[in-house]
Ligand binder design. Structure first.
Ligand code: NAD
Ligand code: ZN
Length: 344
């Protein structure tokens, strides 16, 4: 079968022939219908050899939807022909966080060598993929696989981040979304759907700011040194209740620090490598700083329900598997509006 693999440190990913996998005991073979590209893939492909820990060759793709093609011995809970989304942050399934559905915070995944598909295990950018356990599959209830696939990360990650801040996002509150790309443009829609917050979007690209407005942001401002002042002005001087930073660079975290109100929250989702010094003489009194990772199994079910019921809609540009390398170079250039999705 054909697969899009990262094979050489520093080189572009390549489409190659690999053996079609067959499911071991308890596993499921999916025929992939759609696989999404994430900026995190670009991030790991930019790491130098001494920091790269994901194995080579690596079949990319941690957002996947497919049809159940074959069940390994003893696998149950899904049927051949079911169309399902892959819950990606695989955990051990037995520790306290996993038993709550928080496999994204599994206590043992690292020591057991359990890695998400596309981030260690072979991912969804191939004709077929293996899923290690039926609990990592969620029904998409008749949604189009291309429309549904990015809910598994570009939907799930902001949903998980926002849900933890719901108590702060009361009527009259203000949420800031920094970076309105794949995750950010879905974050705006989730905020609209489940909170009454005023939404201020920030980006460095005019096109992305237009997308932010199109999907419902109340204000869209350029991300530069004047942004924190603009946010203070828009909030009558008090600052934003919650800042969601989907970039995470030193520059954007500094804006977040200057724009957040007393007792507000800064939620760092982007892995831009920045650091936010927290404490007296840095952040305002009482500010919480959190860095959530991906989302829980029940969060994925809920965000799929939001999309199925028409509350959120991922803007998607599709590519063939053979055009996967082009899609990654477009993502790297910043010229994808919304999410890029590969249809093998
Ligand atoms: P993307 O490339 O689709 O979007 C990034 C957006 O940020 C673009 O619109 C870009 O124009 C904008 N941007 C860049 N620099 C900016 C700046 N200084 N100020 C404001 N906007 C700026 O990326 P994505 O796939 O949406 O991922 C966003 C980030 O989230 C990445 O760092 C990714 O690695 C990370 N991520 C984290 C998790 C997690 O679990 N925490 C999960 C998925 C992705
Ligand atoms: Zn991702």
């Amino acid at each position: 079968m054909r697969a899009l693999q990262y094979r050489t440190i520093g080189a572009a990913p390549e489409v190659v022939d690999v053996d079609k996998p067959s499911p071991g005991p308890g596993q499921i073979l999916l025929k992939v219908a759609a696989a999404g590209l994430c900026h995190s893939d670009s991030f790991i492909m930019g790491l130098p050899a001494d920091q790269y820990t994901f194995g080579l060759p690596l079949t990319l793709g941690h957002e996947g939807v497919g049809t159940v093609e074959e069940l390994g011995a003893g696998a149950s809970g899904v049927d051949i022909g079911d169309i399902v989304a892959v819950y990606g942050p695989w955990g051990c399934g037995h520790c306290v966080p996993c038993s709550r559905g928080e496999e994204n915070y599994c206590l043992h995944a690292a020591e057991l060598g359990i890695a998400p598909p596309g981030l260690g295990a072979p991912g969804a950018m191939a004709e077929y993929m293996i899923v290690d356990d039926p609990r990592h599959l969620v029904p998409i209830h008749g949604m189009d696989p291309v429309a549904a696939v990015s809910l598994t990360d570009a939907g799930l990650t902001p949903y998980h981040a926002i849900k933890a801040e719901l108590a702060e996002l009361r009527p009259g509150s203000t949420a800031v979304v920094i970076g309105t790309g794949g995750l950010g443009h879905v974050a705006i829609q989730i905020l609209k759907a489940i909170t009454a917050a005023n939404i201020i979007a920030m980006d460095i690209s005019e096109q992305k700011l237009q997308l932010a407005t199109d999907v419902g942001a109340h204000h869209a401002i350029r991300s530069d040194e004047s942004a924190a002042g603009a946010i203070r002005e828009l909030t009558g001087g008090s600052g934003a209740d919650v800042v969601f930073d989907f970039v995470g660079s030193n520059e954007t975290l500094n804006t977040a620090r200057e724009a957040v109100r007393i007792n507000g929250s800064v939620v760092i989702v982007g892995i831009g490598g920045g650091l936010l010094p927290s404490g007296f003489f840095s952040t305002p009194f009482g500010v919480r700083v959190r860095n959530p990772y991906w989302g829980t199994r029940d969060d994925l079910m809920e965000v799929i329900a939001l999309a199925r019921d028409g509350h959120i809609d991922v803007k998607v540009e599709t590519f063939s598997l053979e055009d996967g390398p082009t899609a990654y170079s477009r993502l790297h250039d910043g010229s994808i509006q919304g999410r890029a999705v590969i249809v093998p």
